[in-house]
Ligand binder design. Sequence first.
Ligand SMILES: [Zn+2]
Length: 351
Amino acid sequence: MRVGSLEAKPGEHRFGYLEVAKSRSGLAADIPVHLFAGAEPGPTLLVQGAIHGAEVIGSIAVLDLVAKLDPKKIRGNVIAVPVVNRVGFELGERGSKVDNKDISRLFPGNPTGSVSDQIAYRYYEEVIKQADVMLDFHAGARTAYERYVLFTAEKDPKNLTDIEAKRRKLVVAFGLDQAAFFPPGTFGANKAKDAIEDAGVVQITLEFGGGTGWFKNGEDNVRDAERGIWNTMKAMRMIEGEFEADGPECTVYNACVVLWKPDVDGLFIRKRRFGERVRAGEVYATLIDPYTGETLADIPNTQDAIVIPSGQEWVTIGATSIGILGMIDRVEDRQSADLYVSFEASGGEGA
Ligand SMILES: [Zn+2]
């Protein structure tokens, strides 16, 4: 298999950099790529960290995987990218200072656009298009997010497309006890996700805790992020083995309520905990003056719902969402669920 000028033959692991773009002064933002070409043919799994440069839990999990993965023992291929957004990573920032863009929002990219547009174009053409499944790791940076699988809402839950049916299984197979989707329109259009789906790729986003350094659950999150990659390979029949998970069930939320910050800026104090039911009109959070401590605004919940995973900086500035609530859409039982997906067109062993 090839990515750019990098090539791995069956049973090989190769590492190199994919040339993507240079800044006006010649700074290269080349993307580090590990290729694992399986000894036997099969599907291709892409695992990537830090497309938001400050969200590094997935990066560590990807590197832990790289240290252990033996290409001679897998069917199919793994493309492992610890850091997609190198400019943001090196500055400890989500986006890219080169052009103030968010690469994750730019697919399929533009070969004649700004630096981030070019990065998105090359990465989409060379890497994403080769994948059958893409695990895209995110996390809180300074923010302590909850942890959950985030996926695109299904167009018609009673009549799933092939990609939606596969994604439904992989979301559960990954192994976290909670997942969420935003119904169409909740967070606006995401053309980048559409472009990935148009390329036939089953894309899943992971939000994996966060917060500063190894505060609280950092090590557990890295461990379980890596566990999820192995589980995904099992579901794709790239390796054999038992699934390991948080627990026997995966609760899937319809994230239908997004609360936005009022015009005033301040320190954000969340009053409600994850999993708590909040009725319409009840106070979800408060903004206080950072110097006097006086209450600037109480933020009411808009619809009877349950607090689901989300995070927010203490300091809130500008127009930003400050809470996500939703309803339980379904509870998946891992014991009885069929978690296996087949990718026959990719040379997998088939159903
Ligand atoms: Zn992110």
